[in-house]
Write a new protein. Structure first.
Length: 323
């Protein structure tokens, strides 16, 4: 079974159940990210994600008391000039230095008031074989307890743009000690179909190994592909799309178009930003509920938009992996 409810536990206690759609925050593209977090603290009451890079450089100011669970990201996104699939590329990003020692320092100083997930170190210029990625992630935050731990799997060399799924599957038993297994949308395949297929293959391999570990797809938080990856077996989805675009009637559209449709053409841009963030957050909460209802009876009609596309895409992915 690919899509399924899975549980995040800390010290034997259930913290959250999947699927989880996670609004994220980053200084990359959002230099005023701390102000955006403060604004969103009145809105978000579920899970969220912030970056260890932003924490290290004092760009964001804890404590963050509003989420139910915090993912503390690896810093690799902010340390890179590369963009994710939703990035508009309209602002040049010049990264600061980012090292494993800096990441460990951020983890050592991390004292959240709510449960949190520590995500393994990443830097675009530091690549390792999968087995070495596992060893490095296992050694993360030595001596620190009271956290969930996640490995972010990456390509093995700087010349690879995609995750080598065959190498990951060879090491699947080595993933047993992690609470979450992460991949980026951009690196898990070069088409929606390939990403669905690779996620399904990873989920099937985890199931065969007796692991119910949730799969986290970084950079995926939109109205169409996120449900597709969920149906293929992924569980947790985060991204900045909810800050960059507007979610409207099953589509992900430009914010100024949403502003014209919803609020009128005379509405000021800063007003549209705030209204979009509010509306987007409630949109993804509704979409999360649709995904949860799907698990009750595997009925695609629970999806208000694109149900036929979701069904045929899943059937294609299942056929491709021979399940």
């Amino acid at each position: 079974m690919l899509a399924k409810r899975r549980v995040l536990k800390l010290n034997g206690q259930e913290i959250e159940r999947t699927p989880l759609l996670v609004p994220s925050f980053s200084s990359k593209g959002f230099p005023d990210v701390d102000a955006i977090i403060k604004y969103s603290s009145e809105l978000i009451d579920g899970v969220t994600l912030v970056s260890a890079y932003d924490l290290h450089y004092d760009i964001i100011k804890p404590p963050f008391n509003f989420p139910s669970l915090i993912f503390l990201d690896s810093g690799g996104y902010e340390a890179s000039k590369d963009v994710d699939l939703s990035d508009l590329g309209d602002k040049e990003h010049v990264p600061n230095p980012w090292t494993q020692a800096m990441h460990e320092s951020a983890l050592a100083n991390w004292e959240p008031s709510v449960p949190s997930v520590l995500i393994s170190y990443d830097h675009p210029k530091e690549r390792l074989p999968v087995k070495d990625q596992i060893a490095r992630a296992m050694a993360m935050a030595p001596g620190r307890t009271g956290f969930l731990r996640e490995i972010l799997l990456k390509p093995e060399t700087t010349t690879q743009s995609l995750l080598q799924m065959s190498d990951v599957l060879k090491c699947v038993h080595g993933l047993a000690d992690f609470d979450v297994i992460g991949v980026t949308e951009k690196e898990v395949g070069n088409s929606i179909f390939d990403r669905m297929k690779n996620i399904a293959e990873l989920r099937r391999a985890l199931d065969k190994a007796g692991l119910e570990t949730p799969i986290h797809v970084f950079g995926s938080l939109d109205t169409i592909t996120t449900p597709m990856y969920f149906l293929a077996g992924a569980d947790i989805f985060d991204g900045l799309t909810w800050l960059r675009f507007a979610f409207f009637q099953g589509q992900t559209i430009y914010k100024h178009n949403y502003g014209a449709l919803k609020f009128g053409v005379a509405t000021k841009s800063h007003v549209i930003d705030g209204r979009c963030w509010n509306d987007n957050y409630y949109y993804i909460k509704d979409l999360e509920l649709e995904m949860r209802r799907y698990l009750n009876g595997k009925d695609f009609s629970v999806f208000k938009h694109h149900s036929d596309l979701f069904q045929t895409s899943l059937q294609s992915a299942i056929e491709a992996i021979g399940a």
